[in-house]
Ligand binder design. Structure first.
Ligand SMILES: Cc1cc2nc3c(=O)[nH]c(=O)nc-3n(C[C@H](O)[C@H](O)[C@H](O)COP(=O)(O)OP(=O)(O)OC[C@H]3O[C@@H](n4cnc5c(N)ncnc54)[C@H](O)[C@@H]3O)c2cc1C
Length: 537
């Protein structure tokens, strides 16, 4: 299946096409260049759009005194609730410290102690101080800045901005040999074209925009995962969406990206209270506000349902030096008319992170020859049913290096795309809001068969609202539709509660469900599901 789009009017070529310019795409491009291959880096908006620059907390790596990759592995496995692929986790934690050192060598500057040592902090689920951070709560911005500077410094990496990748191209053997893309540009590369390469790496980030409220920026429409699905690749664990409990509530009508209030704020003593000023987390969990993210998100949703409130409150007035420790959050509150030093901050859960994605092996290979995925787009198996805080930037760093090495070691020849008879689809962009609202209501923090079937029925109707007018909004909306369908199908199948997937009607974890759910789509747009055993050490 492919998106309805005009025929390509121009062609570009490079050894490797990297789609996306977040931590995963930028690091992949730099690593590939270290093997002397040419890279075309395409990105659908400005080069610094994407989740990476918004990351607040930091990057996890076992660098501190007394810390070891084994301890990091243990914490990652606990968070993943039985669904992590252990060999992939071992790779993440053991290659992580070196990947972070490489990032520092590329120019990223992290906060330091007075002694000159890198300052390491702790986040929920970590039993050691192992989170590197920059600019207090502006880690992602620093990572993005440093990697972009390194990419701009290499004239052999061609960067194409405002280039929205649409679908995969395949040769006569079914190998992926490039992509179609739409460029808002000038000169010869304008409109729909095709980029042909020996290998294609998808690093298009997350899919938070599937839901009505999200911490993800507007570019996070899951395009890479949707492309992979339409190309016939396996997608795994998509039911595991992490909802962040404390996202600034900007009103019921507010859709799209909302400001995140990092859990480090609760770590420093921030309290959750309701309209009556009651600390409702106390008594619900031994760690109260510092309980795992999914526990806090669920408790907030339940409390809101019980009281009819549309949000709860975060009280940070007792945190000394709040403005200095959290300058980004402080500024963001002020920008929305809230003085956090004097007032309570309204918060509610919102979608934050996709633990699943394009199913790949430990070298980032999907099940389609020529097609790789990296970063939030990929499902390497490291996150299982729930990502451990600050493991995602690390995943992008570690697996991009492996992908580059694998491509360099197994570089296929260029091949030419062939026309494949297949169904085309394009949906009306006006259905986006309905889709997002329906997903938040039916497949949000608290799910049940009834709520998921309601979302599924809505999606059936939404999927009949076709368009014949190709444009960026329609392509993105169609991608959101394919992802929403995959999420609801998997969430309905998984009749248990595990990690970030909470079924009100199946509140226990079941040993029989200790497996990955795969979703696939054929050339006619028919769906099928498969299962894969979790890989133990
Ligand atoms: C507010 C916030 C705070 C976070 N805090 C942390 C944290 O402290 N620590 C941590 O580890 N993780 C954190 N995360 C998660 C982490 O930031 C992301 O998982 C990570 O940055 C993803 O990197 P990426 O390279 O995979 O994708 P992104 O950084 O999202 O980049 C994706 C890129 O792909 C491009 N793109 C998308 N679609 C297309 C298309 N069709 N064609 C061409 N280009 C396309 C985008 O424009 C963008 O350049 C946070 C996320 C958010 C939103």
């Amino acid at each position: 299946m492919k998106l309805l789009a005009p025929n390509p009017g121009w062609t570009a070529r490079a050894d490797v096409i990297v789609v996306g310019s977040g931590v995963a795409g930028l690091t992949t491009a730099l690593q590939i260049r270290s093997f002397g291959l040419s890279v075309l880096l395409v990105t659908k908006a400005r080069v610094d759009a994407g989740s990476t620059k918004w990351a607040q907390g930091g990057i996890a790596a076992a660098l501190g005194p007394g810390d070891t990759p084994d301890q990091h592995e243990k914490d990652t496995l606990v968070a993943g609730a039985g669904l992590c692929d252990e060999p992939a986790v071992k790779v993440l934690v053991s290659e992580g410290p070196e990947a972070v050192r490489k990032l520092i060598a590329r120019g990223a500057v992290f906060d330091k102690e007075a002694s000159g040592e890198i300052s390491l902090t702790r986040e929920g689920g970590h039993h050691r101080n192992r989170i590197l951070h920059a600019g207090g709560d502006a880690t992602g911005a620093e990572v993005s800045r440093a990697l972009l500077a390194a990419v701009r410094n290499d004239p052999e990496i061609e960067v194409l901005e405002h280039a929205l990748v649409l679908d995969a191209l395949k040769d006569s053997n079914g190998k992926v040999c490039g992509v179609t893309l739409h460029v808002i540009g000038a000169g010869t590369r304008d409109g729909v074209g095709r980029a042909i390469a020996r290998a294609t790496v998808l690093a298009t980030g997350g899919l938070g925009q599937v839901f009505a409220q999200t911490t993800n920026p507007s570019v996070s429409t899951g395009d890479g995962v949707a492309l992979a699905l339409r190309a016939g690749a396996d997608v795994a664990d998509v039911e595991f969406i992490q909802f962040h409990p404390t996202v600034m509530w900007l009103g019921d009508a507010s859709q799209g990206q909302q400001p995140l209030i990092s859990e480090a704020v609760r770590g420093e003593g921030g309290h959750l209270v309701d309209d009556e000023g009651v600390r409702f987390m106390v008594g619900q969990h031994p760690m109260a506000e510092l309980a795992p993210r999914d526990v806090v998100a669920k408790a907030i949703m339940r409390h809101m349902e019980k009281t009819g409130a549309h949000h709860v409150w975060l009280d940070v007035r007792n945190i000394e030096g709040f403005a200095e420790r959290f300058p980004t959050i402080h500024a963001s509150c002020l920008a929305h008319g809230i003085d956090p030093l004097k007032e309570l901050i309204p918060v509610a859960p919102a979608s934050h992170y996709a633990s699943g994605g394009v199913r790949v092996d430990m070298n980032g290979r999907s099940n389609m020859a020529g097609l790789y995925a990296c970063g939030e787009t990929a499902c390497t198996g490291v996150h299982g049913a729930n990502r451990l805080a600050s493991n995602s930037l690390l995943e992008g760093l570690v697996f991009s290096a492996r992908i580059a090495a694998d491509i360099a070691a197994n570089l296929p020849e260029f091949s030419e795309p062939v026309e494949i008879p297949q169904q085309t689809i394009l949906l009306d962009p006006n259905i986006r809001k309905r889709l997002q609202t329906s997903m938040s209501a039916g497949a949000g923090v608290l799910r049940s068969r009834v709520s998921l079937l309601r979302a599924s029925k809505d999606l059936e109707e939404i999927g009949r609202q076709f368009s014949t007018q190709p444009c960026v909004e329609a392509w993105e909306t169609t991608n959101l539709f394919h992802l929403a369908t995959a999420i609801v199908r998997s969430a309905l199948l998984r009749e248990e509660t595990r990690g970030s997937h909470w079924r009100e009607d199946f509140p226990e974890s079941l040993a029989a469900w200790e497996k990955h759910i795969l979703q696939r789509m054929d050339l006619e747009g028919n769906w099928s599901a498969g299962f894969e055993e979790v890989i133990k050490a």
